[in-house]
Design a protein around this ligand. Sequence first.
Ligand code: DGL
Length: 263
Amino acid sequence: MESIVVFDSGLGGVTALMEAIRAMPSENFIYYGDTLHVPYGPKDAERIRAYLDEMMAYVDAFNPKAVLLACNTATVTSAKYLRAKYAIPIIGMEPAVKPAIEHDRSHKRVLVLSTEGTSRSERLLTLVDRFDDEHIVDILPLPNLVDFAERLEFDTDEVRADLEAIFSSFDMDEYSAVVLGCTHFIWYRDLFKKILPEHVELLDGNAATVRQLQRKLGERIVTEGAGSLKIHLTGPRDPRVLNFLRETVPMEFDELMSTEYGK
Ligand code: DGL
């Protein structure tokens, strides 16, 4: 049996996994969350590539037909590296910069939120350069949101205070769109809606990325029967996280135990 691997440094990519399950409910998914090494945002590319090599070695046993890097930071640092090294299709995330610029012709500004690693990456800067003819795009790294998400803190006073402090130095009336350029941030869509002015559009790259995955797989997509999901988190087993996933992910799943933890 072949499988589709969905990868993230932790729980952010679950947002993309859910989109993929909805689009391909008969597929067999492996979710690999590198919770032992999250966050990737502040880490250098070489280390991230080594973690991704570990992931590729682990998922090999599941006969992968594609790997979805549901992680912008892994994509900008390592997609090229992985494609050169492994034969299977590697699909990366692309922050929704183009749709954000195009969605509104009022010439208001666009704010791209990402991890530190993504914000400094050549890949993001090149993407912005390509479409930002009028110089309306700003990039803002959010350093704390990934850790909050890993702790399942989605709408606490602390998270709100953190975001409000960051946005207080921006006049958000000048912006028409905010791009969620890190899959962890997608968990905060509702909170962003509450904090940001109503006219600000929130865009993420999940739907486009899953469409790209579907295009790559073409006729190899399983379209009949029940799908399956196995989840492997590399870090210590956390029952709160597993409960959260059982309540949130629209498919039942088996846990794949880590060799180091959780036995
Ligand atoms: N979810 C990831 C991203 O999309 C990475 C977050 C992190 O580990 O720093 O960038």
